[in-house]
Design a protein around this ligand. Structure first.
Ligand code: NAP
Length: 297
């Protein structure tokens, strides 16, 4: 079998198009422009690239974009004061603090100081609790993007066996909650899981969020299963230079799976698209307006 390639790049463009339509309608019908504020502390090169790209796409869908670039030595008090100001700014509907933060800043404290209604990353403890109890919340962008692609490909996920490899707070755990919410039978695997190949072979859906290049080989995959590869790893090419690979060995998995997301061009582009979707959702909720359909869990 050769797997169907789930084109995350094209799907993300479609999601951004829907967000753009929602923004245009908000402006035309209510005179409201959704606003997203991104806060970056320090000069981590990867974070700078992400923040630039987020700002560009925010403007492209017609939203108001603000970037706060703070010195690496910014004090916790100053950062918390900025977040307080953004929490109270009616023109801002989404706040994202780019992680990782420098070591002297307490990430949990900072994230939990964001108004949960503006927490478009979905990392605030209130949103984690709401998601875990099946209530309306802001949903973390990367797992939301994975869920959207799975729903689009399969329709209903009800009754499917899903194995999530990885239990991080930003991907693995919320992914498992979302799959459970869609009535999958969910297993969360991690570094202490016994006989991981056997566990993964039971899965109709495999979500790999491990951070280990090409760790999952094709002979772990049940024929016809759907493979969602969250991993983004840079490896050296034999002839020099580097390339991006996922957490699954693409070629051997694609030979067995029914469907698979590539790296790059799979989950990655969906993450920013879902950030924009969350900002639109947050704006609609803040104004007591109906939420756009199909853009959240
Ligand atoms: P993380 O916080 O480092 O978590 C990795 C998880 O993988 C941990 O739960 C760890 O288990 C588990 N793990 C490590 N080695 C394992 C092994 N040999 N067998 C089974 N499980 C193992 O990573 P993360 O933040 O979730 O990110 C995971 C990957 O996704 C990374 O490649 C990251 O770059 C990528 N990512 C992509 C996007 C995107 O937009 N596409 C967004 C976020 C992350 P323990 O808990 O037992 O240590």
């Amino acid at each position: 079998m050769t797997a169907t390639v789930i084109d995350g790049k094209a799907f993300a463009a479609k999601v951004r198009g829907l967000v753009g339509e929602g923004v245009a309608k908000l402006k035309a019908d209510h005179g409201i422009t959704p606003g997203l504020a991104v806060v970056l502390v320090g000069e981590d090169p990867a974070s700078q690239v992400y923040v630039r790209s987020k700002g560009k796409m925010t403007v492209e869908v017609g939203m108001h974009s603000i970037e706060h670039k703070l010195d690496v030595a910014t004090s916790e008090a100053d950062l918390l004061a900025l977040i307080d100001q953004l929490n109270n700014d009616p023109a801002i509907h989404g706040i994202l603090v780019q992680l990782p933060l420098p070591d002297h800043l307490d990430s949990d404290l900072v994230i939990n100081s964001i108004d949960p209604a503006k927490d478009v990353d979905g990392f605030h403890i209130s949103n984690v609790g709401l998601l875990g109890t099946g209530q309306k919340s802001m949903v973390p962008c990367t797992p939301l993007g994975c869920l959207m692609m799975l729903r689009d490909y399969h329709g209903s996920l009800s009754g499917m066996n899903a194995v999530v490899i990885g239990r991080s707070n930003i991907v693995g755990k919320p992914m498992a909650q979302l799959l459970l919410g869609d009535s999958c039978t969910v297993t969360i695997a991690h570094s202490r899981t016994k006989d991981l190949p056997h566990v993964v072979r039971q899965a109709d859906i495999v979500v790999a969020a491990v951070g280990r290049p090409q760790m999952v080989p094709g002979d772990w995959i049940k024929p016809g299963a759907t493979v969602i590869d969250v991993g983004i790893n840079r490896i050296e090419k034999p002839d020099g230079g580097t390339r991006l690979v996922g957490d699954v060995d693409y070629d051997s998995c694609a030979a067995v799976a029914g469907a698979i997301t590539p790296v790059p061009g799979g989950v990655g582009p969906m993450t920013i698209a879902c950030l924009l979707a969350n900002t639109l959702t947050a704006c609609c909720r803040a104004n007591g307006l109906p939420e756009p359909e199909g853009l959240t869990a």
